[in-house]
Design a protein. Structure first.
Length: 145
C-alpha cells in the first residue's frame, strides 16, 4: 500500500475537512457520494478525480481495499461533484499500472510514481459529455511527460 494506513486518521481528522471546503469546485478536487455496502448509509469522500473523455480516473493512494472503493464497486457506481456539477458515474473498473500511462498531468504522474501508486479506479459518465462542456481531458492528454 503506497500510503501507510496510519495516515487515514490524519486524513479523516485534518486533511478531509480542509479539502471538503473546496472539493467539487476546484478541479481535480471532487466530492464523491457513495452508499455503504452493508449499512446503506450515505457518505461523502473528498477525492482527486481526473477527466479523460467521458471517464474519470481516480488514483487509489490507499489501495483498492478502502471502504469507499469497495462501496463504489459494490454499488456499480457513484456520484461526484466536479466543477460545481453533480455527475453520475457507472461501470467502476480497477486498473493497475504505471501512472505515466494514464491521462494525469505530468506533475501528478511524477508524484504518484514517487508514492509508488499503481492502483486506479476508472468510472464512466452515465450521461455522455455535451458539446458545451469543457474538454479538460484534451488538455490533460497533451501535458508533457
Amino acid at each position: 500500500m503506497p500510503v501507510p494506513a496510519s495516515m487515514t486518521k490524519v486524513n479523516r481528522r485534518i486533511i478531509n475537512p480542509v479539502t471538503s471546503k473546496f472539493a467539487g469546485r476546484i478541479p481535480p478536487f471532487s466530492m464523491l457520494d457513495h452508499v455503504g455496502r452493508t449499512s446503506q448509509k450515505h457518505y461523502r469522500t473528498p477525492i482527486m478525480a481526473f477527466r479523460s473523455g467521458n471517464d474519470f480516473i481516480i488514483a487509489l493512494t490507499y489501495g483498492p481495499g478502502t471502504d469507499w472503493v469497495r462501496n463504489v464497486i459494490a454499488a456499480g457506481g457513484c456520484t461526484i461533484e466536479y466543477r460545481r456539477n453533480r455527475i453520475e458515474l457507472i461501470d467502476p473498473e480497477l486498473l493497475q499500472g504505471d501512472p505515466a500511462t494514464l491521462p494525469f498531468p505530468w506533475v501528478v504522474q511524477q508524484a504518484l510514481r514517487v508514492m509508488k501508486v499503481t492502483n486506479f479506479l476508472s468510472l464512466a459518465r452515465a450521461q455522455p459529455l455535451t458539446v458545451s462542456e469543457p474538454k479538460s481531458a484534451d488538455r490533460l492528454m497533451e501535458s508533457p511527460g
